[in-house]
Design a protein around this ligand. Structure first.
Ligand code: HEC
Length: 221
């Protein structure tokens, strides 16, 4: 059943929808932020993030609709930031994911002031593991042209660029049930049966994707 909904397609759907929702990234703002980034003192040691840093999304800790982890073992501080009612800065090592194909990871201070030291990743998960497709800070654009920072920078400052649904970012057309369905079909995780509403959400995503692909470049497939 589930293999009818190839994860790559679903991940691409998400990226495509995100791109469609954000056709005009505020490039000028980003340029200003870049130019204004101070020469910060070097981090204690750079945080090393590799493909092995990522795995089954459901092995992370669920916080509301998304998942968090910490590559430095400081999961309590990451969960505390995610659960703080007044917002808060995520500690270095924090991993945040809504879907298996995208991640934000917090570096030590000094990585890039323009992104609050977040690095953005577009990932390609498969049963064999994770491939990093694109990574970086201000200029990570997913394959359909959506710049991660241009959307995530819209979150009110106190939320440290985490959007959820109420932090000030323009909404994306991925509903919480769709997100859950995508999480539950992560090909790196043990297979599970999807409840009917999540199956329906995946079908909706595929339909959106087909419609969006028609409008995008003809060579999209
Ligand atoms: C069109 C705007 C847009 C683009 C482009 C975009 N995102 Fe998001 N992202 C959002 C919104 C809005 C949410 C919250 C969705 C929700 O909770 O329903 C979100 C959620 C997330 C989350 C979960 C934490 C949070 O902020 O709620 C992560 C991690 C994430 N995105 C990473 C990325 C990465 C990495 C990229 C680029 C490869 C990217 N996003 C591109 C708007 C965008």
């Amino acid at each position: 059943m589930l293999k009818n909904f190839g994860l790559k397609k679903i991940v691409m759907s998400f990226a495509l929808l995100a791109a469609a929702a954000c056709a005009n990234p505020p490039v000028a703002e980003q340029a200003t932020a870049l130019a204004a980034a101070p020469a910060v003192k070097a981090a204690p040691k750079p945080l090393e993030i590799t493909e092995a840093s990522f795995g089954c999304i459901r092995d992370l800790k669920a916080v509301r609709g998304y998942y968090v982890g910490n590559l430095l073992g400081d999961i309590d501080a990451t969960v505390a930031a995610a659960n703080s009612a007044d917002g808060g800065k995520y500690p270095p090592g924090s991993v945040v994911q809504l879907v298996p194909g995208e991640a934000m990871v917090k570096h030590y201070p000094g990585f890039d002031a323009a992104t609050n030291d977040w690095e953005f990743f577009e990932l390609i998960p498969s049963p064999a593991g994770t491939k990093i497709n694109v990574r970086g800070s201000t200029n990570v654009v997913n394959q359909f042209g959506g710049n991660c920072l241009s959307c995530h920078a819209q979150a009110e400052a106190k939320w440290d660029m985490v959007c959820e649904q109420t932090h000030g970012c323009a909404p994306i057309p991925v509903t919480p049930v769709m997100a859950k369905a995508i999480q539950n079909t992560d090909p790196r995780c043990a297979k599970m049966d999807l409840p009917a509403d999540q199956m329906a959400a995946l079908q909706q995503l595929m339909a959106f994707r087909a419609a969006a692909a028609k409008q995008a470049a003809p060579k999209a497939n």
